[in-house]
Design a protein around this ligand. Structure first.
Ligand code: MLT
Ligand code: ZN
Length: 483
């Protein structure tokens, strides 16, 4: 029997010590299946380096022994990007022990922190200084800075502040051969050629492992209000969005939509939750509006005026305005629980799509009609970030379907149809959740051949042994999965 893995693990144990290496299958198990439960894999062991130095040593050992590495943050990704394959050859590596906030510079409005810092902890740490990290999402209690960067995460404030790419001022990453790319210095201007840090943002751990970052902060807010509005059509939501942008300007921070069946699923999932409006509506919009100190006094008046004129023009049927921070949080909890509530409803194919914002309402209508006609009994719903033109379009199996066979058969055909439609409408098959292993083959099928060729060239240049997250996002030999 080949004793190379044992020798490798002995050396790794020497580098990381007992807290840094887990081999017990029961302790590893939770990290070997993705959040959605779509993918399960095996791993040689779970490495938990405590520092960049330990991660460098680990990567250098992996390079010497040709052991593939699957990097993982909070394991709350949506595309199976942090789950190893079934071979058991890979080392699963989590950065969650690297969770120090190194510095907060209130004057420069910057924080430098390690990859394992959990998003909620980052929010709390900078709030003490009267500052805000302007990106949030439902998984904020588990998602880590490293995972957020590696997937270029979005969330519910992209409308105003942009996705993760817009927040990263500097970055440190360990390369496939164990070298450290260190660009944490947050220069506001730097024109020395390629902006290399961008390569690591959104590349899902296929080019390097992010170990630390310098992130942009914004001033804390003095007040915020959350509007819950009931609407007859998604087209009305688009009109309401344009109206709010015109009336509220930079105060408008988020604009999310969900259809009634989505709200029903959440209310069934959260036993103590209540519907914000008295009656059902075909669509609901959740609108976040914030104010800095100088504008806080007039915020409620401005929002009420915007809602009143929206109602007059037929842009909403009913609306309620949060009367306290507790109620604002309760509205957001409904929105942030959609994913978990949908997951609990049974098998579904999830599509994380974008088309040009102005075309999204018509796209959802057409896609729903096409899908439900082609596969009678399936249930299509779209919800999410209308303000960004990014909707999560789920197609649920008809009642009684067996999950595994439905996903592999009808579900797969459904996804192909959705992706073909989205491509025909000039959109993307991944606006937010990344490619991972979920959409790798589909990206190859419908992606731009020139862009795919460039990505493969970059992957081959930075990771010639194909050790970093093989089989995810970009594979060296198309069609081969794990290359
Ligand atoms: C969301 O917007 O809720 C998240 O991106 C997760 C999801 O797609 O369900
Ligand atoms: Zn989303």
């Amino acid at each position: 029997m080949d004793d190379a893995p044992d020798q490798f693990l002995r050396e790794l144990d020497g580098l990381l010590g007992p807290r840094g290496l887990i081999r017990d299958p029961d302790l590893m198990a939770p990290w070997l299946t993705d959040w959605r439960g779509r993918f399960s894999g095996k791993a040689l062991a779970l490495a938990l380096p405590a520092s960049t130095t330990q991660l460098v040593q680990t990567m250098a050992l992996c390079a010497r022994c040709a052991v593939p590495v699957v990097p993982q943050g909070g394991n709350s990704g949506m595309s199976g990007g942090a789950t190893p394959d079934a071979s058991g050859r890979a080392l699963l590596l989590t950065t969650r022990r690297m969770d120090a906030i190194r510095t907060i510079d209130p004057a420069a409005r910057q924080v430098t922190c390690e990859a394992g810092v959990v998003l909620q902890a980052l929010h709390d740490a900078v709030a003490v200084h009267g500052l805000r990290f302007p990106l949030t999402l439902g998984g904020k209690g588990s998602a880590t800075v490293g995972g957020l960067i590696s997937t270029n995460a979005g969330g519910t404030q992209v409308l105003r502040h942009g996705a993760m790419r817009a927040q990263v001022l500097g970055l440190e990453a360990v390369l496939a051969d164990g070298q450290v790319y260190s660009a944490l210095t947050p220069l506001r201007k730097d024109n020395r050629g390629f902006d290399l840090k961008q390569l690591f943002i959104g590349s899902e751990g296929t080019l390097g492992i992010v170990t630390a970052a310098t992130l942009r902060l914004v001033p804390g807010i003095a007040d915020r209000l959350v509007v819950w509005a009931g609407l007859p059509l998604l087209q009305t939501a688009r009109a309401l969005l344009l109206h709010c942008q015109a009336q509220l300007g930079a105060a408008l921070e988020g604009f999310e939509v969900l259809p009634q069946p989505c709200l029903d699923a959440v209310l069934a999932y959260l036993p103590d939750a209540r519907a914000p409006l008295n009656a059902p509506h075909a669509w609901h919009a959740l609108i976040e509006v914030v104010a800095e100190p100088s504008e806080a006094a007039s915020l409620r008046d401005r929002v009420e005026a915007a809602l009143a004129s929206a109602a007059t023009q037929g842009f909403l049927d009913d609306a309620t305005l949060s009367s306290s921070e507790t109620q604002a949080e309760a509205f957001w909890l409904l929105r942030d629980s959609i994913s978990a509530a949908e997951r609990a409803r049974g098998p579904a194919m999830q599509h994380d799509i974008a088309v040009p914002v102005e075309r999204m309402p018509d796209f959802i209508d057409e896609a729903t009609r096409t899908l439900e006609t082609a596969w009678p009994g399936v249930r299509a719903i779209g919800y999410g970030h209308l303000g960004d033109g990014n909707i999560h379009f789920h197609v649920g199996a008809s009642a009684g379907s067996d999950r595994a066979s439905w996903e592999a058969g009808q579900g797969k055909a459904i996804s192909r149809m959705v992706h073909d439609l989205v491509t025909a409408w000039g959109g993307t098959i991944s606006a937010e959740h990344g490619i991972g292993q979920l959409k790798q083959a589909e990206l190859e099928r419908v992606g731009d051949p020139v862009a795919l060729h460039l990505m493969r060239r970059i992957k081959a240049a930075l990771d010639p042994q194909n050790l970093l997250n093989p089989g995810k996002l970009v594979v060296l030999a198309p069609g081969s999965g794990n290359a």
